[in-house]
Design a binder for this molecule. Structure first.
Ligand code: SAH
Length: 232
């Protein structure tokens, strides 16, 4: 009576372990081919990209594609960014273990998890309640205790936790929201895609120097739009 159950359970455990090993191998390959090969070299970023289980941040039906070289749909017309883009945006803010980082556009929570592997504390804001709730639950379940998710319009930032050492915006904005720049500490860095809605945007790196924005254009990118509360 118990033998078949035992055999079934053992088989399931084995199958899960084999699957996890395969994902681990896919992560190694993703880092080598998509990320290191394109110039991301910060060891902490590479380590984080190897560690975070991206397949748990995409819908189960497309888990097999989790480590492919592109953005993937996560529902409600939103996407999880391409792995390279996540790694690149993480590297340009020069992340370190003492930092407090604000992210706008939680989405699946993947970028927040990558940041949380490196920095001290991550605050992240998502405007679509279902995504925000699902991401918060996922991050909690995976043990990312240093991430706090808020549901709301990220345009206003998160005043009570400001100033931030860095701000990562993962939705394409038409211009830099002034409250976000205000909440960046002196010497802090913000990475943000800026450009017209539904067009190619420019990924910008903005540093706050003596209160002024020093901007560098990094590369053309396509992100889902930065929406405002009350908009569709
Ligand atoms: N960083 C995410 C990908 C984000 S896609 C990840 O790793 O999965 C962009 C996200 O920004 C979407 O979920 C979208 O709903 C959200 N968003 C758009 N405008 C926003 C705003 N004003 N405030 C907060 N989130 C916003």
């Amino acid at each position: 009576m118990w033998l078949p159950v035992y055999i079934l359970l053992s088989w399931l455990l084995l199958a899960t372990a084999v699957q996890e090993d395969s994902y681990k191998a896919q992560r190694e390959e993703m880092v080598a081919r998509q990320i290191k090969a394109r110039g991301v070299s910060d060891p902490a970023v590479l380590h984080a990209m190897r560690n975070v289980k991206r397949h748990l941040f995409v819908p189960a039906s497309i888990a097999a594609e989790a480590y492919s070289d592109g953005a993937l749909p996560i529902g409600q017309s939103q996407t999880i960014s391409q792995p390279y883009m996540v790694a690149y945006m993480t590297e340009v803010i020069k992340p370190s273990p003492t930092m407090k980082v604000l992210e706008i556009g939680t989405g699946s929570g993947y970028q927040a998890a990558v940041l949380a592997e490196i920095v001290k504390q991550v605050y992240t804001i998502e405007i679509i309640p279902e995504h925000g709730k699902a991401a918060a639950a996922r991050l909690k379940q995976l043990g990312y205790d240093n991430v706090e998710v808020k549901i709301g319009d990220g345009y206003a930032g998160w005043e009570e936790h400001a100033p931030f050492d860095a701000i990562v915006v993962t939705a394409g904005a038409e211009s830099v929201p002034p409250p976000l720049f205000a909440q960046l500490r002196e010497g802090g860095r913000m990475v943000i895609p800026v450009g017209p809605v539904h067009r190619t945007q420019t990924l910008k790196l903005i540093e706050k120097k003596r209160g002024k924005a020093v901007t560098r254009n990094l590369m053309p990118v396509v992100f889902v739009p930065f929406t405002r509360q009350g908009q569709k």
